[in-house]
Unconditional design. Structure first.
Length: 150
């Protein structure tokens, strides 16, 4: 259950990794988390536990999460912001387009894994460059009675 995907962006390379077992202290203890690795240390953003910065040399710095709802998801605040965004015409803090772009990274990595090769993605067109086989994996075939309107 270990997947590693390297994404080449201008001017940096991003590595996305999914695994169950962590290799160091910053990767243990959360059911889900995000780690950012840099030249000065590792920044660990936990699912519900706040964040910790593990410097290469020094003592970790931690800030606990401030959760306002019993389920830890701050649903009331998300809905209030969403409704305020509709009322004012601004983008909500948790905009669906941001989630779309963030999710694309992992999904495009899965397509690369299935095809067993590197791919080139055109973000503006939301298509692979010169790769109909990869494009074919961008959506599933719809069940009878359902159609994609575009």
């Amino acid at each position: 259950d270990h997947e590693v995907v390297h994404y080449g962006f201008e001017p940096f390379t991003m590595t996305w990794e999914s695994r169950l077992f962590g290799g160091n202290g910053s990767e243990r203890g959360d059911i889900a988390a995000t780690n950012f690795y840099g030249t000065k240390g590792t920044f660990h953003l936990g699912y519900r536990g706040g964040w910790t910065f593990y410097p290469t040399n020094g003592t970790p710095i931690t800030e606990k999460a401030i959760l306002n709802q019993p389920d830890g998801q701050n649903i009331k605040e998300h809905w209030a912001d969403f409704l305020a965004a509709i009322d004012t015409g601004r983008r909500p803090v948790s905009d669906i387009e941001d989630a779309h772009h963030a999710t694309n990274c992992s999904l495009l990595g899965v397509i690369s894994l299935r095809l067993g090769r590197s791919l080139t993605w055109d973000g503006a067109k939301e298509r692979f460059v010169g790769d109909p086989a990869a494009d074919a994996l961008l959506r599933r075939e719809y069940r009878k009675g359902w159609v994609y309107p575009g």
